[in-house]
Design a protein around this ligand. Sequence first.
Ligand code: FAD
Length: 255
Amino acid sequence: MRRDFGSRAELVDYVKQEFPECLEHGEQVSETRGGRRAAEALLEKVNPDRYARSRNFLSGAVTRLAPYLRHGVLSLGEVRRRALAKPNHEKLVNEYAWRDYWRRVYGQIGEGVWKDREEPKRRWRSAREQTALPEDIAGARTGLACMDGFVSELISTGYVHNHARMWFASYVIHWRRVRWQAAAKFFLTHLLDGDPASNNLSFQWVASTFGAKPYLFNRENLEKYTDGKFCRGCARANDCPFGKSYEQIDEELFQ
Ligand SMILES: Cc1cc2nc3c(=O)[nH]c(=O)nc-3n(C[C@H](O)[C@H](O)[C@H](O)COP(=O)(O)OP(=O)(O)OC[C@H]3O[C@@H](n4cnc5c(N)ncnc54)[C@H](O)[C@@H]3O)c2cc1C
């Protein structure tokens, strides 16, 4: 394959020509740059202390290293060593460990990551379950500014913050009762770091087929970690399915 290009536009045209099947999913091209130089520049900026204090906020000091780890531009050992040399690195190293763990499970079970690892720990109130991702979700037309915003960001940039991935997965699986595989496939299609190990096993953790209980959230939690940016302009702010206590949500969703 060609390696040298006069401009980024030329590179984009070449990739479109070589991989026309990608165009089936839209023409958007992420701003994220590939390659070792871009990866090293990001690695240089990683601040484990700020990461530990702010990682749950969408505006937090997350690393954006996942695409480079996913595609072997950086190794997990290398980023771990760099983190260990900086203060307050435990939280970040702990997150790297999740990646390592999911990868080892994938190494053992391979395509088994597409099957429920365990029985779900709770039963939904309604047995109705969908196997395909509903069009309003995939098309960012649910009317929920948060969920539509996450999908738009996913499609246009190939990135979604970890907390937003958790909220989205929980919404799709528990509120909409869609099989997690449909949402996992959707993520793998668009994420630059799309990886069957971290992706599918994280979806299973949210679904409780590889975890102790279903992951749930409420509006207060989402509003706090997004600084309210979605709720302020949301058309469904007065009819928000998440605007309840955890006890109410649990009661509403599960038997
Ligand atoms: C539903 C769902 C789907 C996901 N799909 C993917 C995926 O396809 N590919 C992928 O690489 N990650 C996936 N993750 C894990 C995590 O969300 C991303 O690794 C992270 O958001 C990538 O952004 P970052 O590099 O800025 O991460 P940071 O928050 O800066 O974290 C630093 C690094 O730690 C690792 N890491 C952090 N959180 C996790 C986690 N929960 N599980 C495993 N590794 C973690 C990643 O390598 C990441 O690059 C998923 C999580 C969820 C909840």
